[in-house]
Design a protein around this ligand. Structure first.
Ligand SMILES: [Zn+2]
Length: 197
């Protein structure tokens, strides 16, 4: 039997816990199941599959990552390399505050918050773990969620500098290191000539 699949991106809302069983490659927030990987979504449950055999992550490799936890001076990540190959990496995977922006930052909360999806590259990899750097102008947060209602934040370019606003209208200041690719995950894939992850 074949099941129909569709391709999803990290941060995609797959459905609710009433509709789907939460599977591998997803997490649940407020009853809503959200993809953490890019890959093929099964129609029957919410797990994301990618069947190719794995290789080790490489220095300089571009990645998406979800921020799982943040406590200065590090953020803990779940990493998804921007590659058609299946890639494994030593855990834990982190961003250190010294590599969290192209300029000096004091606090990680000004860069990204738990649940956000960031775009960066591997700056160190050894048996102790994998470091991701955001020290290039293209890097930063590419998808963020409201700290109050958890809905996706929309980029507002109408002011002097870009800001993020809640699509549900919460009026909280949402400070992030905003990548020029914010909301444009497809554009990042095209940059690396990757069709789908
Ligand atoms: Zn909100």
């Amino acid at each position: 039997m074949t099941t129909q699949t569709k391709v999803v991106f990290p941060g995609t809302q797959i459905g609710t816990e009433e509709e789907y069983l939460q599977g591998e490659g997803t997490y649940s927030r407020g009853g809503v199941i959200i993809a953490t990987l890019m890959g093929a979504q099964s129609e029957r449950d919410a797990h994301i599959t990618n069947p190719r055999s794995p290789r080790q992550i490489r220095l300089g490799e571009p990645v998406f990552a979800r921020v799982d936890d943040a406590f200065d001076p590090i953020m803990l990540l779940t990493v998804k390399p921007i590659s058609n190959e299946r890639v494994i990496y030593p855990m834990p995977s982190i961003v250190h505050v010294s590599e969290a922006a192209p300029f000096y930052v004091d606090k990680l909360r000004d860069v990204a918050k738990v649940g956000d999806i960031i775009y960066g590259e591997v700056s160190k990899v050894n048996k102790l773990g994998t470091n991701i750097t955001l020290k290039k102008p293209d890097y930063g947060v590419v998808l963020a969620f409201c700290t109050r209602c958890k809905k996706p934040l929309k980029l507002d370019n109408s002011g002097q500098r870009p800001i993020l606003k809640c699509t549900a209208g919460c009026n909280l200041p949402e400070g992030r290191l905003i990548s020029p690719y914010y909301g444009n995950l497809r554009g990042i894939l095209e940059r690396y000539k990757v069709e789908n992850l």
